[in-house]
Design a protein around this ligand. Sequence first.
Ligand SMILES: Nc1ncnc2c1ncn2[C@@H]1O[C@H](COP(=O)(O)OP(=O)(O)OP(=O)(O)O)[C@@H](O)[C@H]1O
Length: 222
Amino acid sequence: MPAPDLIALRDICFSFDGSKRVLDNANFTLQPGERVALTGPNGAGKTTLFHIMMGLRKVDSGTVNILDNTCKSEQDFAAIRGRVGLLFQDSDDQLFCPTVIEDVAFGPLNLGATDADALAISHKTLADLGLDGFENRITHHLSGGEKRLVALATVLAMKPEILLLDEPTTGLDNAVETRLTAILQSLPQAMVIISHNHAFLKQVATRTVSQQNGKLVSDTPR
Ligand SMILES: Nc1ncnc2c1ncn2[C@@H]1O[C@H](COP(=O)(O)OP(=O)(O)OP(=O)(O)O)[C@@H](O)[C@H]1O
């Protein structure tokens, strides 16, 4: 029997008030083990699609199923939100604590970890991303690339079952991008990655879905 979809969007429609449809009867699935590249021109609606998956925007019609839960209300999404990790397009939307360690520990603490466990998880996550020694750095003094990695650390520290990564390579130099590529390839979680960096996607993605004119088209028939 095939594995159940981690994400299943069926016939979803969405438009911002009074503007053209961003999604027009679009369909999408994510299965265990997949790393799906989500591509499309600027303004196609890729970030909006992530916000729909997190329940930050509600569809006008169609069904949203996340981790085997049909999600309609805010309550439905609240129940699964901790299991889905969203890397925001803008790191400054993700980082709001004075120091790096506080930012990374915030998620585990919020999910009920003890102080000691949250600290241990945070140190390990930072080390895995090559960020040893960053613990006491002032978050808003970090470079753009450093903020990108710390933002990713805040997501990974929550040990989500699905990753939604919005432009993860923004601001990274070649060496750090290569390290990030290896890290993403080694993670067990299924993920969707929005990026305009085609060389990076070629290394990481197992298939590509392109978003255009309200539709989501996979390069692999499902
Ligand atoms: N709050 C809003 N109100 C009205 N329109 C919006 C709002 N947010 C986004 N849009 C519009 O919806 C469309 C989709 O935006 P979105 O950010 O999802 O696109 P995207 O594919 O992620 O773009 P990019 O590749 O440039 O990041 C764009 O035309 C954008 O201007």
